[in-house]
Design a protein around this ligand. Sequence first.
Ligand code: CA
Length: 403
Amino acid sequence: MDALEILSNLDNVFPYFQPIFSADEQLIIAYEVLGRYISEGNIISLGPFFQDQGIPDEYKFEVDMLIVRKALDKAVDLEEEVSIFFNRSVDLLMYESGEPFLNELLQYEKKGLSLKRIVLEISIQNGQGETLHQFEHLLHYYRTYGIKIALTNIGSTGHFERIIKLEPDILKISLEALRSTATGVNFHDVLFTLSLLARKIGSTLLFEQIEMSYQLQFAWKNGGHYYQGFYLQPPAGEFLTRDFLKSRLKEKFHDFISYEKRKIEAFFLTTKHFQAKVQEILMKNKRLEYEELLHVISKELDKAAFRMYICNEDGFQTSANFFKEQHGWVKQDEYKDKNWSWRPYFLANIIKMRDEQKGILSDLYRDIESGEPIRTFSYPINAHEYLFIDIAYDYLFEHDQLL
Ligand code: CA
């Protein structure tokens, strides 16, 4: 795209708006402003113009300010509950110390547009000493006016320290990676971590680039409060009524909820199944030594389990491991006396079992040794000891509502 053509035809520059929806009310809560240019009847994105390192910042700033003004001219008529998201690169944000942009916003505040409705979309930056410091300082200054910060382009790894330091109001996460099933599994784990982080630091999760139903379902299931993407609504030149997608979103949620409830019911049924089975075996084999007992259980649960052992309430293993190899179950004495109290949820689960005198089926997690997704069923076998049965992936796969 020719930068000079754009600069000499500024009348052809205008904003597009892509709505952002909320999960709780199923209403439009904001629009992201996107730069567009009309050339010989074709509407093209100004994204490449803004990303082009060869175009001087003052040109970009001039075009950007025009889009900001045109967007805000329209936005003053919007309902007060609707926010406006602007994409800010570091260069755009830092241009002339950020003063002209802020002054522009303040003009619109006089016209009744509260700056609390302005959200700046910022990419997380790699550390660059002084610039980074000034950048963070500027963000802090903007926030004193009520302007909000949404962090975007959060990489798949690291950056946690930077995210925590910036305390963004919103974490904006693209679901584009979810389109390929190859990266899907790891991406799920990363997202789970991000959703925990968001919860800890009080950020709202916004999922963008939702282009298919299952991506919306994923966003809903993973703590997404806000949604954006072509599947919901592509960018356009005009605003929409806030509730124009409400009934469709409600229908989608109804499907997601039914599906999830079925999975949770399956989870409880399976817990009860293992509970009854183990109880029955224990009743019949009261006098057996642990290793004989594990031998009996391994026979009874041969199809479901691949590893079992007994621990005391401090997490020290009081039996050997019984482990299913290709040709049958083997006893692994070297596991005796190992301690598992350091594992996530271990002690909490022990206390829960002791308190309720009931077994627990764990969440899905990756086995350290096999790398496969598994679950563990644990059960209090007496006042001080607990039986752990690792459920094989193949069994969970056959009962796919457990995956
Ligand atoms: Ca954006």
